[in-house]
Design a protein around this ligand. Sequence first.
Ligand code: ADP
Length: 270
Amino acid sequence: EASMHFRVRLATLGTRYVLLLADDHTEAFRLDEVRRDFVANISHELKTPIAAVGLLAEALDQAADEPVQVRRFANRLTSESRRLARLTQEIIELSRLQAQEALELPELVSVDAIVADAVDQNRVVAGAANITIAVGKKTRAYVYGDEQLLVMAVNNLVANAVAYSSEGSRVGVGVRRNDGAVEITVTDQGVGIPEADLDRVFERFFRVDQARARNTGGTGLGLAIVKHVVQNHGGDIRVWSQLGHGSTFTIRIPEAPVTDHNSLPTTTAL
Ligand code: ADP
């Protein structure tokens, strides 16, 4: 793990001196390794749904005279292809984020707006399971960043909170300013995460319960994406959880030194 990688070059200076040049390639080597692992993971994860699509298409062909079977296979074909579409979209998103060290053109973004957008995108699914999403007080805080990526990150957390909760429960989303940072917290009363897996939930393709996650359409990429978005914003993400009682995810991002309040005009235009 802690190996170092140097590229060594020799240069001669006249006839008497030899110059040894050593470039540190440790970081480049690490990134290369990350990329290789990612490709291996992807091939593994794509194999199952691709094989399923092939088998279902064959089954559909053979069941042509039986309408009930045809409908059954067609429905499964639709859901497998949706899953494949989501998986490829998330893989592309994650590889883009992994390749990017910092944000290109950060803008001033309202945290209240990010939270409102992300919560809105989950209202329908939550409503169908009779889950209430409660949003806390507005903070008028701002961060520098990419609004679309931040909405996607918070949306992923809220979507997970809803997906891993049971009917009728409550999801809370709060924002607070703390010590130069803005904290966005998403809390649920759902299934929780075993303590041994807490560190691992941010790894790509990791799922606590493979079988269950597959049924809920999970890819295991959501939290890896969230982590990369947050890191690209100079922030971090943490999780607390109690198995069977619920989980809390907290994103912390450095606060931009502006608020709605002090951006209001203090004098009227002449
Ligand atoms: P997935 O697409 O499977 O939800 P994520 O990367 O978003 O992938 O999450 C990884 C795993 O972490 C999930 O499969 C699930 O086991 C666990 N997890 C994530 N969020 C929650 C939550 N709010 N409550 C319980 N488990 C969660």
